[in-house]
Design a protein around this ligand. Sequence first.
Ligand code: ADP
Ligand code: MG
Length: 397
Amino acid sequence: GYRKGGYHAARPGDRFAGGRFVAQRKLGWGNFSTVWLAYDTLLSRFVALKIQKSARDYAQAALHEIELLSAIAKGDPTNSKSVVQLLDHFKHAGPNGLHVCLVTEFLGDSLLRLIRYNRNKGIGLSRVKEICRSVLVGLDYLHSELGIIHTDLKPENVLLVSTINPSKDPVRSGFTPILERAEGNQYSGTVISFSEKMLRMRARRAVAKISQRRVSLGGVAAEMEERSLDGISLKCKIVDFGNACWASQQLAGDIQTRQYRAPEVIVGSGYSYSADMWSFACMAFELATGDLLFDPRTCQGCSEDEDHLALMMETLGKMPKKIASSGTRSKDYFDRHGDLKRIRRLKFFPLERVLIERYNFTEPDTHGLAGFLRPILDFTPENRPTAAECLKHPWLN
Ligand code: ADP
Ligand code: MG
């Protein structure tokens, strides 16, 4: 929270880096930071300002993120490789300590929000393909050009590039930056984006007339809600390199967010770029269907890990014994025949049937999507196609 070592409580109008950047409103937050829309008074543009918690471990993580993002920006001078661009960084002293701050280009809503706005429907396969292509360009760049594993790919960490981006042209977008702290405008700490605000107001059946311009500043999901997805560019960028690592210097053994975690990470047999590919496939499924591909729970007598492995096998078939037995935790979960110790009866329900029976996909759509995802969801990490190979897949072309 907002205490010593924790988040910095900013308010609209607060100035950073000797006055250059002015906080506008909060865009989002994570475990490590709060992220603000800020106005860059030197270059007259909007940017995103990530203010890290101040405790030493968080500061260290931010410096690590700066190192990776600097390499990313250096290798992509034209900013065309689907990864967020770092513009600046500095330290900010606040009442809770010294906060490392990262300035990046301002982007739109996350894929998580896009999925939520289209709950249980998915967003249509042509849009899924467009987003997949964009994410794969980013992954290919990270993996094959830089040697970076993201390790936390998930819808929250992929942001859409807003079509009406005021950072490109603040004057024409009609948004006047806040340059001073408003008197009596006590910032309460509540985080409501324009789009969420709109939804809440709707729920109260109030007639909420928010100008299109203000809504579009909140990202693109709100625009989509207002109009439709048609005509909106679905280019996106990968963000959040707080957990990313050089493939040559892996730190943590436990990586990734639960639902997007690869089988080799669960059994503890090491990981590489292919772990990002697994997460990518989980995310693509979610975009197409609106539901998580795997949503493990602890069950009677079994852990979340075991339930997760069982769900994977029910959808993708039995895990090869060689993989099942290769990890430091293999013996906890598998017997010597390569069967799960505590979940004996699996209910096989293959991916293709899931798409047809649960999501009413047509046969051609099922074969297209499953044909694309199946190879990426290979239990054997070395068998998974690379991002570059995925980009050549006929389903995307
Ligand atoms: P953390 O490491 O704390 O998870 P992230 O880098 O993931 O921080 O940022 C947290 C959230 O802030 C994101 O999920 C997103 O909603 C928002 N955000 C981050 N960077 C940007 C950006 N460049 N433009 C717009 N919103 C952003
Ligand atoms: Mg994050």
